[in-house]
Design a protein. Structure first.
Length: 111
């Protein structure tokens, strides 16, 4: 999440959540072709992406994505890195592998 930052952390009985927002005046990626732009046309309503569970509770990322204008594709929703579930899993494994022994990380995801 290089272009975004966590603005609020929420913990409830049902689970965990973080609200994220754009960090500064970063260039945003298009949803389809992956190009970058600063041209935005407002924001979409807030939506949630289910992440990996934390302490056996569901984890959610909440964000209001921007509408961006692509010269080739037209008006699209910005591409966010956490929208693809396997990308988040791979990022988590990479982070844990830096902090723990690889065998411990493998046991966590196998069991």
């Amino acid at each position: 999440m290089k272009a975004h930052w966590v603005t609020e952390v929420m913990e409830t009985e049902e689970g965990w959540g973080v609200r994220v927002d754009l960090l500064g005046n970063r260039r945003l990626k298009y949803g389809n072709c992956g190009g970058e732009t600063n041209l935005t046309r407002g924001r979409r309503p807030e939506r949630g992406w289910r992440g990996l569970s934390l302490r056996d509770k569901p984890f959610w990322i909440l964000y209001r994505p921007f509408q961006v204008f692509c010269p080739r594709c037209g008006l699209r929703v910005e591409k966010v890195s956490w929208a693809r579930i396997w990308e988040r899993v791979i990022q988590l494994i990479a982070l844990l592998s830096k902090k723990l022994f690889f065998k411990e990380v493998a046991q966590y995801f196998v069991l």
